[in-house]
Design a binder for this molecule. Sequence first.
Ligand SMILES: [Zn+2]
Length: 158
Amino acid sequence: MRCPFCGNEDSQVKDSRPTEDNGAIRRRRQCEACAARFTTFERIQLRELTVLKSEDKREPFERDKLVRSVSIAARKRPVTAAQIERLVSGIQRQLETLGDSEIPSQRIGELVMEGLKGLDPVAYIRFASVYKDFREAKDFEEFAGNVSEAGTSKRDGE
Ligand SMILES: [Zn+2]
């Protein structure tokens, strides 16, 4: 594992133990060149997942990205990092066993909402509103496109 501080290739494992949800092995490492310490996580991945953002937009599933967006929704709420890890691990495992390697981003959003609902109502509402706005923004683009084609302009409010 390359040291993130000096780029040296060799590090020593100081400590190795499973994460709270048993979904990964956490390793404390020390760089053999600059002695900096860092942590790595080793996880089981059943297969590669692709997220379908839209009809012609795909990107590889990134677990960290999902953890980040859930963490933002749960900011300053009584939701622990371990709970978020568990939620994301559960979703990832579910997606991996679905039988389809291309997953619509919508499906992932729904799974996160389902999970957050049981964890914290505020985090749930935050995530749902961001997710909903995103979808409505897309709807709105389609709507705006139709309107401008018809040669009229959009009105605010109502
Ligand atoms: Zn180093």
